[in-house]
Design a protein around this ligand. Structure first.
Ligand SMILES: [Zn+2]
Length: 162
């Protein structure tokens, strides 16, 4: 059975532990932890880590396309341009997700298509600099949603905005 088919065995409305996913998909638990490290969202920071089935499906979809386009950290996959593209800096938004992750949103600077990816908070400053942004990142580009972030690099970020 191909990995693509086995992903269909994941149910959207269920939460999975790392071991559940490992057994369902026939991959090593380390592989699953690696997916989390590179952006698969987890439900919360409690142990055992739980992954939502719908997130897992989305992650597979992005992963296939990300591999196809081979994006750099600051690039995002534009499905209209069909290649890694830079988002226009004004459009970029980093939304806090649990476990030190951020959902990065942006609009393709060429075609205006919406793009999404998951990144680590610890890489957000670097991504912003690659996009020719100036630090600290302005508040309008960040949505923290009250989350107590791991690895959050934004300790003093908002001081000049208030
Ligand atoms: Zn585009």
């Amino acid at each position: 059975m191909t990995r693509r088919n086995s992903a269909n065995r994941i149910k959207r409305n269920r939460n999975y532990t790392v071991i559940d996913i490992s057994e369902t998909l026939g991959v090593h638990p380390k592989t699953v932890r690696n997916w989390i490290r590179v952006g698969l969202p987890v439900v919360d920071k409690k142990r055992p880590l739980l992954i939502n089935g719908a997130d897992l499906k989305v992650h597979f979809k992005h992963k296939r396309k990300a591999i196809m386009f081979d994006c750099d950290e600051h690039e995002m996959c534009c499905f209209r341009c069909k290649q890694p593209m830079k988002p226009s800096i004004e459009s970029v938004l980093f939304i806090a997700k649990p476990a030190g992750m951020a959902h990065m949103k942006g609009v393709c600077e060429e075609c205006g298509c919406r793009m999404n990816k998951y990144v680590s908070w610890r890489n957000v400053n670097d991504i912003w600099l690659e996009l020719k942004g100036k630090l600290p990142i302005a508040e309008k580009h960040i949505i923290l949603r009250g989350q107590n972030l791991l690895n959050c690099p934004f300790g003093g970020v908002f001081s000049d905005e208030k």
